[in-house]
Ligand binder design. Structure first.
Ligand code: HEM
Length: 512
């Protein structure tokens, strides 16, 4: 039989003749799509920016030049930066289905058991189930244990300050350390049901190593084919960190399985709530979520890390910033303490029922969250190609929403850089529930903070108690205007300089 070669068929001839033209037209169509503006980069490398230019302040400066939506290239990766309330609304509300994935570095993927958690899982059915579990079971107001740990740990902090003040009057207290231990204690007890003295140091060491690994620069995140070379030697450290977490939490899970609590017990901790969803555990009668959804030990470990990372530094840095802003603004401090004296009285500590009567204190907390959002840059990723404000945003683009810059946008806020809590007393003042895009310290839409209620309760209770129980003076005759208000950028944006202040008891009752 005689075979005919490709060159002899007319169809093949046209196919090979037109292929280069089709490819060229396709390539032109893709490259001619209008990308957002941004600094011109070096070929193959992209934008060369210092780490200062990549934090919330540096990106806000770039936004002054390139606008509310701009693009940065780094090697094979793209990042769009959103810096205006209207662009945030487009991303978090109008196109939220496209913008609700999360970017993940190699360290994040490994340390979250390949995104077995909620915070780093991409948007989809798995994330929806995890979110339901968190909202309905773990962070629900009905689960009293977390709320009880806020009260217990706040009381313990007050006792510690009172004891220090009684032992050495006029000695200063490291407020940063105090509030960080307080927030850690709250989340640790809420998660494991253990008192903060049991095993906390070991767990905090694991968290610190996770935090370092999350923040470590890894060239393979920008040039993926370099990953197998492990150029920074991170693999061994990541394996050791995850093994340490496995050992720690497996032991806690096993102890909880030996002594299970009834699901209607008001004193369940987060591990109690999650182990009933473990594949090995039969579903309780009538619980639809339990019957339809099973999780693994890895899911439990990854969720616990979400809660520890999401709930500790955020709450601690917010408490510290409120204290610092009020110490810098003595008139506002006086007004808060006056409100506390009238609503609570000077013969007892604050309790939960008092919080609703502390409207000026709530204004101070909102104004602090505006000026110092604990998570200044929200990290999202596009799931597919999208048009935004007339620009083409390709799939798998990292999206950074600069909450810090948006909350200081001069077109949305008068005297945007000043601490003026009274602005939130107005009836039409924005709230932080997510529909006022000029003020989104808890995010907005699908990926917004599921721990907002618990976080706010901890924040309001801690600030109210510390300001009601004590007067606070700056040490060594320091004037309020001398307080350094700069921040550092990591997972959150805490104060760069630790806040130190001298407490003196204010109440007629005993605090110890
Ligand atoms: C003052 C306190 C807090 C602030 C300001 C805060 C803020 C935020 C923000 C801005 C986000 C990201 C939103 C986005 O990406 O669009 C977030 C997510 C999250 N927060 Fe909070 N948070 C606080 C407290 C808490 C607490 C106490 C917990 C847990 C007990 C928590 C757990 C989480 C989790 C798990 C996520 C990831 C949600 C997801 O990806 O679906 N947060 N938070």
């Amino acid at each position: 039989m005689e075979m005919s070669g490709p060159s002899e068929s007319p169809q093949s001839f046209w196919f090979f003749a037109l292929l280069p033209m089709a490819l060229t037209l396709g390539w032109l169509a893709v490259t001619r799509r209008r990308l957002p503006p941004g600094p011109r980069g070096v070929p193959f490398i992209g934008s060369i920016l210092s780490t200062e230019q990549l934090n919330h302040r540096g990106l806000a400066k770039l936004a002054e030049r390139y606008g509310g939506l701009f693009l940065l290239h780094f090697a094979a990766t793209r990042t769009v930066v959103v810096s205006s309330p209207e662009m945030a609304r487009q991303v978090l509300q109008v196109h939220d289905g496209v913008f609700s994935n999360r970017p993940a570095t190699a360290a994040i993927r490994y340390l979250t058991y390949d995104r077995s958690d909620m915070a780093f899982a991409n948007y989809g059915p798995f994330w929806r189930q995890m979110r339901k579990l968190c909202v309905m079971k773990l962070f629900s107001r009905r689960r009293g244990e977390s709320w009880a740990s806020v009260r217990d740990e706040t009381d313990a902090a007050v006792r510690a300050v009172a004891a220090a003040a009684a032992a050495t009057p006029e000695a200063s207290v490291n407020v940063s350390e105090l509030v960080f231990n307080l927030a850690k204690g709250i989340i640790y007890c809420a998660a494991f049901g253990l008192s903060s003295s049991e095993g906390q140091d070991q767990f905090i060491a694991i968290l610190q190593e996770f935090s370092k690994l999350f923040g470590a620069f890894n060239v393979a995140d920008f040039v993926p084919w370099l990953a197998p070379l492990d150029l920074h030697g991170l693999r061994k450290r990541m394996e050791a960190a995850r093994a340490a977490l496995d050992g720690f939490i497996d032991e806690i899970i096993d102890k909880h399985r030996v002594n299970p609590k009834a699901t209607d017990d008001l004193n369940t901790d987060m591990v109690d709530e999650m182990i009933v969803f473990l594949g090995e555990t039969p579903a309780a009668d009538g619980d639809e979520l339990q019957a339809s959804f099973k999780i693994t030990r890895e899911n439990i470990k990854a969720i616990i890390m979400d809660v520890m990372f999401g709930g500790t530094e955020t709450v601690a840095s917010a408490i510290e910033w409120v204290m610092a802003e009020l110490m810098r603004s003595p008139e506002d401090m006086k007004r808060v303490q006056q409100e506390l004296a009238e609503a609570v009285g000077l013969d007892r500590k604050v309790n939960e029922g008092d919080i609703k009567n502390l409207s000026f204190l709530k204004c101070c907390i909102k104004e602090t969250l505006r000026l110092h959002p604990p998570i200044p840059l929200l990290l999202h990723e596009t799931a597919e190609d999208c048009e935004l404000a007339g620009y083409h945003i390709p799939a798998r683009t990292t999206v950074k929403i600069n909450v810090w810059a948006i909350a200081r946008d001069r077109s949305a806020w008068e005297d945007a850089d000043s601490f003026k809590p009274a602005r939130f007393a107005a009836a039409e003042a924005p709230d932080f529930k997510g529909s006022c895009f000029e003020f989104i310290p808890f995010g907005s839409g699908r990926r917004s903070c599921p721990g907002m209620q618990l976080g706010l309760y901890a924040l309001e209770m801690a600030v109210a108690q510390l300001l009601h129980c004590f007067n606070w003076e700056l040490p060594d005759g320091m004037k309020p205007c001398d307080l350094d208000m700069s921040d550092v950028f990591g997972l959150t944006a805490p104060r760069a300089v630790r806040l130190v202040a001298v407490p003196s008891p204010r109440l007629t009752c005993s605090l110890i």
